[in-house]
Design a protein around this ligand. Structure first.
Ligand code: RFL
Ligand code: PHB
Length: 390
């Protein structure tokens, strides 16, 4: 098999990349180790930055505009108080959209199968070879049979556990990492969201987040110890703990409903530099991970693939490899801003197991600062709604 761009992974990064290349008239083949149902059901991100919405809209994902929910703010909850951050007022009109990653993937898969290049499910990449030559290859196994995909470029969109990153020699790369001593217990529940915007709560018992998937489905998270088994929490215990952490001095109440899914996610910050080795490019979670508190992971993946497509188009139109050569540095500037913001949001809102009373007071002072200073609040609103791509 031969193609121009070999794409490993059909998460949001790989699927969007295939679509953008198709729209630019560039051939690609996508290899995905899992089956279609698995990719379409994996519960993850919920928040799209305005820039991400614009990219997806231009790519042809039109259902998003019918079913996505535009959000103009979030609520910070601490000390039994509520503070709303008004995005458009602070950022000159920007907002975000609640539209689940599952739906983004369904839309892009449907488009690709209808009019794009090959998208192979149950095709596991085994290794990337020849990244330093003009003819990189991906060795893969499709439904039990081994094969080779010959390419001009390979883009590793295979997430944190993929194989692409391993093709960069250890002596040529650096990694920067932090793991947190807690995770998130996430649930989906068949109950209308108890608030019309997301609520990020800091509580002495730990962080809690109220999000949603639609006007009738809630998505909620609780900070739990990193090694927690989701099945160790009964539905009753989850609702009671959520209620405690969201408690306010007014008459706000949390609506309960049947829990349809629960799982625990570890929290990590991670960056692999550089994001390119020869003709192998890394994009999305394959190159970097942020803790989900800032809602940045999927949005970073979108920025990476947009940057790659711009660079490759520039190369084909002008003959200049300047933008391809700048790919890693261009992406990393935005990546590190998202790393910083996600770290700040995480340490602002979570309670570390060994937190001292001094640190508790500092967290409250940081929150108080955001609630009382337009400058501090604007900093949060700008980062949350997204930094420009490129
Ligand atoms: P993905 O989604 O992990 O996709 C990688 C794909 O590669 C496949 N793969 C392989 N295929 C072939 N051969 C191999 N050897 C392969 N190895 C792996 C995998 O099966 C998979 O299909 O990476 P991608 O595309 O870079 O997308 C990144 C996002 O998924 C991720 O950053 C976000 O989900 C993070 N995230 C959030 N991001 C946001 O922007 N906003 C949010 O609100 C948000 N909330 C979240 C999140 C992530 C969470 N979890 C579970 C980690 C909330 C949570 C709880
Ligand atoms: C989600 O809806 O899954 C979600 C929303 C905001 C976050 C993280 C996850 O910060």
């Amino acid at each position: 098999m031969r193609t121009t761009v070999g794409i490993i992974g059909a998460g949001p990064a790989g699927l969007l990349l295939a679509r953008l290349l198709h729209n630019a008239g560039i051939e690609s083949v996508v290899l995905e180790s899992r089956d279609r149902a698995y990719v379409e059901r994996r519960q993850r991100a919920g928040i799209l930055e305005q820039g991400t919405v614009e990219v997806l809209r231009a790519a042809g994902a039109e259902r998003m505009d019918r079913e996505g929910l535009r959000h103009d703010g979030i609520e910070l909850r601490f000390d039994r108080r509520r503070h709303r951050v008004d995005f458009p007022a602070l950022t000159g009109g920007k907002s975000v959209m609640v539209y689940a990653q599952t739906e983004v993937c369904k839309d892009l898969i449907a488009l690709q199968l209808k009019e794009g290049g090959p998208l192979l499910f149950e095709a596991e990449a085994l290794a990337v070879e020849g990244a330093e030559t003009d003819h990189p290859r991906v060795r893969f196994r499709h439904k039990g049979v081994e094969d080779v995909l010959e390419c001009d470029y390979v883009v590793g969109c295979d997430g944190f556990w993929g194989v692409a990153r391993a093709a960069v020699p250890a002596g040529r790369s650096s990694t920067f990492e932090r793991t947190y001593p807690f995770g998130w217990l996430g649930i989906l529940a068949d109950v209308p969201p108890s608030h019309d915007e997301l609520v990020y709560a800091r509580h002495d018992r730990g962080f809690a987040l109220l999000s949603m998937r639609s006007p009738s489905v809630s998505r909620l998270y609780l900070q739990v110890p990193a090694d927690t088994d989701a099945d160790g929490w009964s539905d009753e215990e989850i609702w009671t703990e959520l209620e405690r952490r969201f408690e306010t001095d007014d008459d706000w109440t949390l609506r309960r409903g049947p829990i349809t899914q629960k799982s625990v996610t570890p929290m990590r910050s991670y960056v692999h530099e550089p994001m390119r080795h020869g003709r192998l490019f890394l994009a999305g979670d394959a190159a970097h991970i942020v803790p989900p508190t800032g809602a940045k992971g999927l949005n970073l993946a979108v920025g990476d693939v947009v940057t790659f497509v711009r660079a490759l188009t520039h190369r084909r139109e002008t003959g200049s490899a300047e933008l391809l050569d700048a790919y890693s540095a261009t992406c990393l500037r935005r990546v590190w801003q998202a790393e910083r913001f996600s770290y700040d949001m995480t340490t602002l809102l979570h309670r570390a197991p060994d937190a001292t009373p001094f640190e508790d007071r500092l967290q409250l002072a940081r929150l108080e600062r955001i609630a009382s200073s337009r400058a501090a609040e604007t900093d949060l609103a700008e980062a949350y709604t997204g930094f420009p791509i490129g």
